[in-house]
Design a protein around this ligand. Structure first.
Ligand SMILES: Cc1ncc(COP(=O)(O)O)c(C=O)c1O
Length: 373
């Protein structure tokens, strides 16, 4: 087995805390612990640092189940980030002859795991059409076969910020049903929609579904490392046993703070904060793209703090990102990490002064490139 590098994560892990301007993150600027606690709340200090319930405390799983109609705590497995939920889910399907279909572009975890473990990989694409990113359902129909075990989608999508239309989700469910495949639906940007309309979950539309989600993106709490999966109680139990091999269970402190974050008032307050931040910052990005219209174009994201920008400068996206990192101390994600040269992903979730200053650094680089040509 040869590890396929998870290029984007390797890039971010190496540089995100070294650069002056990190525009590679896809969530909003994070919250502080104090913002989750009421004043005088000392319970956190008295939290016993033992192993808590390793699939998540019942209270936390109840709060999560509350977001998925007709689910119960035994439908939920709490994980360390949604990445662990994606890992255990994908791992459980990775047999040598298993066929896995992935919507691209995507957070490339399932892609890299499938390549690493040597299962069969097929893809279908989101395509830019008339100002929207739409899935190529013809390509999906062609990709499906009796050997298909899993189909992985990311909705809202990373890196495009697109939200799938209902009829596309219906068709994906119908095709999966035909061949008895499971759907793995990464919904970690749910709640971070600019228009305030929460993206519909695949939960409840098709029985053989695994939803992954967590507190890192729409909730601005990536440091808690709390994610979860929601699926049938049988599969949740099975995947809990896989989780014994990865991290055993979530941190007791994180489980406690996640319960605070998901209390109804706090939950609403956090998502309001996220959407307000996105609405403040997206116009800055739009104006910036417009200023560079001879070189840049993009479909504005419907969700998530990410803008996926197409450029026509004569420079490879990885080279551009490397030069920005080295010469301008600014981190972006190159389209190459999604198999799409000619694009760059800009995270627009930070405070607006920081965002503007980071974009100015990109401007400096573009000016340098333009004078060179
Ligand atoms: C689409 C998507 N899914 C999952 C993750 C994993 O995040 P976490 O493990 O922090 O929940 C990310 C992180 O960038 C992501 O963009």
């Amino acid at each position: 087995m040869k590890l396929r590098l998870f290029e984007m994560e390797r890039w971010q892990s190496t540089w995100e805390n070294e650069v002056e301007y990190n525009l590679s993150e896809s969530g909003v600027h994070p919250l502080h612990v104090a913002e989750l606690l009421e004043s005088g709340d000392n319970e956190l200090l008295n939290q016993l640092l033992g192993y808590t319930q390793t699939n998540g405390t019942t209270e936390l799983r109840k709060a999560i189940a509350g977001m998925y109609p007709n689910s119960q705590p035994d439908n939920i497995l709490v994980t360390n980030g949604s990445s662990e939920a994606i890992f255990v889910s994908t791992w459980s399907f990775l047999e040598p002859n298993a066929e896995i279909i992935i919507l691209l572009p995507n957070y490339m975890q399932v892609w890299g795991l499938t390549k690493t473990f040597g299962a069969r990989l097929k893809t279908f694409k989101l395509q830019e059409k008339e100002g929207e990113w739409l899935p190529d359902l013809r390509g999906l129909r062609k990709a499906f076969s009796k050997k298909t075990k899993l189909i992985a989608i990311c909705n809202p999508n990373n890196p495009t910020g697109a939200v799938l239309h209902d009829d596309a989700v219906e068709e994906i469910c119908a095709l999966a049903k035909k061949v008895n495949a499971w759907i793995l639906s990464d919904e970690v940007y749910q709640g971070a929609e600019l228009d305030g309309k929460t993206t519909g979950s695949v939960w409840g539309r098709y029985e053989k579904t695994i939803i992954t989600n967590g507190l890192s993106k729409a909730y601005g709490l990536p440091g808690l490392r709390i994610g979860w999966l929601v699926t049938t109680s049988e599969l949740a139990k099975k995947l809990w046993a896989y989780h014994d091999y990865t991290s055993i269970g979530p941190s007791a402190l994180s489980d406690y703070l996640a319960r605070k974050a998901l209390q109804p008032d706090m939950h609403n307050k956090i998502l309001e904060r996220t959407r307000a931040q996105l609405r403040t910052n997206l116009p800055i990005v739009k104006e910036w793209v417009d200023r560079h219209r001879e070189n840049f174009s993009f479909v504005p994201p419907r969700a998530g703090a990410i803008a996926y920008i197409k450029y026509n400068l004569r420079i490879n996206s990885t080279t551009l990102a490397q030069r920005l990192m080295k010469e301008k101390s600014t981190l972006i994600v190159p389209g190459d990490h999604f198999g799409m040269d000619g694009y760059m992903r800009i995270g627009y979730g930070p405070p607006k002064e920081y965002l503007t200053a980071g974009l100015n650094r990109v401007d400096e680089m573009i000016r340098q490139l333009e004078t060179k040509h």
